[in-house]
Design a protein around this ligand. Structure first.
Ligand code: NAP
Length: 704
């Protein structure tokens, strides 16, 4: 079998993985060069491909196969894929150097991307073992409880089309497909052509692993052709790149006509604010200088989240400029394979020319205080052959009246430093960027931070508040995390992706179901209040996980609550709140007389629904999800419980590491069962309390 490195040499053209095959496009293809030495790496072409049939293949083969899998299966698939790619990572690092990236830059791209797969795989624990998910709670729609509603999320039947930027050829793909695959939707990925050889290498490994169902991932290396002219309403498009291309694609008549969701992530003039409390003697000062240097130079500034605008209290400008310049002067530029090098090359010479052009535009109102557009000292490389550029720090002294620093993005190691006088001014300056992915503020002053966030928050997708308390463990200004949303308003595109479970909603259709509670229970497999239950002669605690049915129900015997019970509970728990004491004068209180503790009622409920002194499949009580007491219980009142199996959540046996002793019980096959507990009496308004309790229940058979 031909290995990838050899493949490049022999074919010299990247493959497109479409309709179940690796296919080369026609013609000579676009030449892709090594960013470090200018040598030709490979060519790429999608010419002659039938884009309509590529989309059709994803919809008819990949998405249906994924849709048949439950979230648990899809999650385990992502985990297997992450483990597989991790094994192959060194191969990707080697190729990544050609894009100009240093090893730490590539770590963000490669292992950051794989981390996204792991993180999305773990989300399965928050999702049912179903092909769909519930969205929110049951909503009662009638007085007698016979008509209700529940929102559900169903995987869309189209494909996710991801058109990505060149800066993160691995992360850009993996962070997106992790989400659509978990949602049950196939993907067609079109990386930016200039660095697509790295994406191609990863996709070759993914396809060869056979971990994904066929059709769930297709790859295009080269032009996107007329792909958007063939989209349908069930598809989802994501675009990461420049605002101008984004606008053009978003305005495609077919996209508009079919109302295809279009997630746009574009330029962003992210800003960093230094609080007016920060002085050179504070740890926050060094934290800030280090963060700015990192953000300017990591990935040679080709990060959508990179800091482009730095706002400093005007009386600290001189000190800050000096400190950043000293810090930047320690940045060694050159061949990213050389360990002494801290900053590699831009993705290509074309990109370097673009950065230079943008800096020229910025110079209309700013001056360069560090770096040069014409030269940079490089280590172990040839300045002429590679796409090297020096870090460039600009100074703009009139930011309120200058437009350039707030409108022009130089997608490289370029930032502009600007003064502000007070909190209102820095909020106004922050907003002049017209919407960004991320803003950071470094301050030890909580009030200053709060005012900034309340004032400028709606203009940023994410805000990092840095100080000495969190700096050591902070993930930094420039790291979008899989659990947090990534995206921003206005100029940043108005899009939003990732964000844990929020992300999968972009690939699922939310449907509001209305009907009888019993019908909704049977469709959703989660017990809905007022549904008919199944009363059985076998107590539900005597059933194994597999034997329990949603709706299995127990109506308990009655128990009279006495004043002595309440006194005893007060003594036992130490809770002598006045409402639980007989001696209290109840004038002016919420109660008529001594009232039972809510927790006593819940404990008494457990005494009614828990069965048997013998061991049974219930392993332990896991907690209470929610608990409400809706009316007081006075001495003499009789209560009883309606106890219903509400939801079952499968659990996997944890991977057993022979080095680590097994935690007691961790190897028992089991699942979580949620029980709907209704505490009732015999009055016309019978509900005293409602709760959902969780138990861990043994499986009869292992699910591995
Ligand atoms: P770009 O030129 O707009 O290209 C982005 C993607 O669109 C590439 O895959 C490109 O493919 C494709 N494309 C270009 N023209 C197209 C067309 N007519 N039809 C279909 N696809 C088309 O942007 P870039 O230069 O690669 O990326 C740099 C920009 O991306 C910067 O402005 C940066 O701020 C932004 N960015 C934003 C984020 C974010 O999350 N907000 C992240 C990263 C980058 P080809 O390569 O084949 O032209």
């Amino acid at each position: 079998m031909i290995k990838f490195e050899e493949t490049i040499l022999i074919m010299a053209k990247l493959g497109n993985y479409i309709t179940g095959k690796w296919i080369e496009g026609d013609g000579e293809g676009q030449k892709l060069y090594n960013a470090v030495n200018g040598e030709l790496v490979v060519t790429a072409s999608t010419m002659g491909l039938d884009f309509a049939s590529i989309l059709h293949y994803g919809r008819s083969k990949g998405s249906p196969a994924l849709k048949k899998m439950t979230f648990q299966e899809r999650g385990r698939m992502l985990k297997a894929l992450a483990l597989h790619l991790l094994e192959k990572k060194e191969k990707f690092y080697k190729i990544s150097y050609k894009t100009g990236a240093t090893r730490p830059d590539s770590w963000v791209d490669i292992e950051g991307g794989i981390g996204n797969l792991f993180s999305n795989a773990s989300l399965r624990r928050k999702l049912p073992n179903e092909i769909f998910a519930l969205d929110g709670e049951n909503i009662g729609l009638s007085k007698k409880g016979t008509f209700a509603a529940q929102h559900i999320l169903l995987p869309k039947e189209g494909v996710a089309i991801h058109i990505n930027a060149y800066n993160f050829p691995v992360w850009g793909m993996l962070e997106k497909i992790a989400v659509n695959l978990l949602a049950g939707v196939a993907a067609v990925v079109k990386p930016a052509t200039v660095t697509s050889y790295l994406t191609e290498a990863v996709v070759r490994e993914i396809i060869a692993s056979n971990i994904l169902p066929e059709g769930s991932l297709q790859l295009l290396c080269g032009s996107a052709g007329d792909i958007l002219d063939h989209v349908i309403s069930q598809d989802v498009i994501t675009f990461t790149g420049s605002a101008s291309t984004g606008l053009k694609l978003k305005s495609n008549p077919r996209v508009l006509k079919e109302n295809v969701p279009f997630n746009l992530e574009t330029d962003s003039l992210n800003c960093f604010v230094v609080g007016n409390d920060v002085t050179p003697s504070m740890p926050e000062w060094d934290i800030f200088i280090k963060e700015v240097r990192n953000e300017m130079t990591s990935k040679a500034g080709q990060k959508c989240t990179a800091i482009r605008r730095i706002f400093i209290p005007e009386n600290k400008m001189e000190d800050v400029c000096k400190a950043i310049i000293i810090s930047l002067s320690q940045t060694t530029v050159g061949n990213p394979e050389n360990e002494k090098v801290k900053m590699g090359a831009l993705a290509g010479k074309f990109q370097r020319e673009e950065v230079k052009d943008q800096v020229q535009k910025l110079l209309a109102s700013s001056q360069i205080i560090y770096g040069s557009l014409d030269s940079v000292e490089v280590i172990d490389a040839d300045m002429e052959k590679g796409a090297f550029i020096s870090p460039i720090l600009l100074l703009n002294e009139k930011p309120l009246t200058s437009e350039e620093p707030h409108n022009i993005e130089a997608f490289g190691p370029v930032s502009t430093i600007m003064p502000y006088r007070n909190i209102d001014e820095v909020i106004a300056l922050s907003k002049k960027g017209k919407g960004s992915l991320c803003s950071s503020i470094v301050t030890a002053n909580e009030q200053f931070a709060k005012e900034y966030i309340l004032g400028a928050g709606t203009f940023h997708g994410r805000i990092l508040i840095l100080n000495n308390d969190c700096a050591k463990e902070s993930t930094g200004h420039g790291s979008p995390l899989p659990m947090l949303i990534h995206g921003g308003p206005g100029r940043a595109g108005g899009g939003e992706e990732m964000g844990g479970l929020r992300g999968i909603r972009h690939y699922m259709q939310r449907v509001a179901l209305q009907g009888s509670p019993t019908m909704l229970t049977s469709i959703t497999n989660v017990y809905q209040p007022n549904s008919k239950g199944h009363i059985d002669t076998i107590h539900p605690f005597k059933k194994y996980f597999e034997e329990l049915r949603i709706g299995d129900q127990l109506i308990t015997a009655k128990r009279k609550i006495t004043s002595e019970d309440i006194d005893h509970f007060a003594d036992l728990s130490g809770d002598h709140f006045y409402a639980h004491l007989r001696s209290t004068n109840f004038d002016g209180t919420m109660f008529d007389q001594q009232v039972a503790h809510g927790y006593f009622i819940m404990s008494a409920a457990a005494g009614l629904f828990v069965d048997s002194y013998e061991k049974n499949p219930v392993l332990l009580n896991y907690g209470i999800d929610e608990l409400r007491f809706t009316k007081p219980v006075y001495p003499g009142q009789e209560i009883f419980i309606r106890f219903t199996c509400k939801e079952k959540i499968e659990q996997e046996i944890k991977d057993v590491n022979p080095e680590i002793p097994i935690k007691k019980g961790s190897d028992i096959p089991k699942g979580i069962v949620k029980w709907y507990v209704e505490i009732l009496d015999d009055t016309e308004d019978p509900v005293i309390g409602i709760g959902t309790i969780l138990t861990m229940v043994k499986r009869k058979f292992s699910n591995e």
